[in-house]
Design a protein around this ligand. Sequence first.
Ligand code: MN3
Length: 233
Amino acid sequence: MNRRQFVEFGLAAATAFAVSPTAMAKNNAQQTQHVLPPLPYPYDALEPYIDAKTMEIHHSKHHQAYVDGLNKAEAELAKARAGGDYSTVEYWSKKAAFNGGGHFLHSMFWEIMAAPTKGGGSKIPPRLESALKDSFGSVEAFRAHFSAAAAAVEGSGWALLHVRPNDGRLIVLQAENQHKLSPWGVVPIMGLDVWEHAYYLKYQNRRADYIKAWWNVVNWEKVEDNYIRAITH
Ligand code: MN3
């Protein structure tokens, strides 16, 4: 290495050390902060099927906790990147998946429900209805399958209606917790939360009664919007 190369090398090294922490800090500063979306209706809008107290706690406490948990996990992962210490990467990656799943599914859940007086539980729009018939044989068969999947979730989780982009079909699956048991690539368009926090105040251990009541507040217009978005993107 001659003197000029040495100086260039030294400058490059100094630059690397001087610039990269700044760049990392900039990346960290630009990190998304997730926020709790407002409920699109008042807490008591889904009465008598879902009670106001359950909605208030579910939205303002449980969903908020997933938002906070996701922000915390992503901040910790950013810290790991900045410091180059990945000893906790497994822990925070799991937290990011769990809380990110919770944030995503609850955001969808509020949207795909509506007050019975504002269209909740009303007729399924034609495009979605025809897709349900194509994939499940009949709307009744879809409803029975989805209800059974919800009732049979082991512990805490969800029944989910997904679009599978590679063949455009609708499929019903379960999720355990907020994020397990769906394959890659599917797009959830409708979900039913069957964690006990979603129904226990009103229905106690009668999950089946909650599921049956829930059909009265499904916002089918929104589910169809989700469907159309999933197949056109
Ligand atoms: Mn929940």
